[in-house]
Design a protein. Structure first.
Length: 162
């Protein structure tokens, strides 16, 4: 099952909306300035508004694209060729998008196997209950570093540690 960092994904979506709103406001401002015949300033604001609108729409499309990948991957579609056919995109574009989602921490527990052209899940081994945490502390008597798990007494001066 694909784990998704929805905080990061929602942040990208929110930023996309913010860029679209700011770009739209600047476009209206550009038109008002252009009507006042300040062509240089209007051109400057026009270019900025187009860039912001482009970034905003890109981020919104990224959000929608991630949602489609999530549905496909969780549905068991792990072969990139199959995904590219379902999305009507070429294989290289799908590969780049999946790798970008993984690299940016949106898709957490998967990786792309280039040799097999498949998405694979990263499996984590659970630690056993017998695993001990090594606790190293300083002896209050002599100041030596001692492993509390090994002994209750300092191996250098013999003082009780706990």
């Amino acid at each position: 099952m694909l784990q998704v960092n929805y905080d990061s994904l929602n942040k990208q979506n929110f930023l996309g909306i913010v860029y679209i709103i700011i770009g739209s406001i600047l476009m209206i401002l550009t038109l008002l300035i252009f009507l006042g015949e300040e062509i240089g300033i209007a051109t400057f604001f026009g270019i900025i508004s187009l860039v912001l609108l482009g970034i905003g729409f890109f981020k919104r499309n990224l959000f929608k694209s991630a949602d489609q990948y999530i549905v496909m991957i969780n549905g068991g579609c792990l072969d990139l060729e199959e995904i590219s056919k379902k999305r009507n995109k070429n294989l290289k574009d799908v590969e780049e998008e999946i790798e970008a989602f993984i690299k940016n921490g949106i898709f957490i527990n998967i990786y792309y196997d280039k040799e097999e052209n498949k998405i694979k899940e990263i499996l984590y081994e659970k630690s056993s209950k017998n695993d001990q945490i090594i606790k190293i502390d300083k002896c209050p008597g002599c100041g030596a570093q001692v492993d509390i798990n090994k002994s209750k007494f300092c191996e250098f001066c013999g003082r009780k540690l706990i």
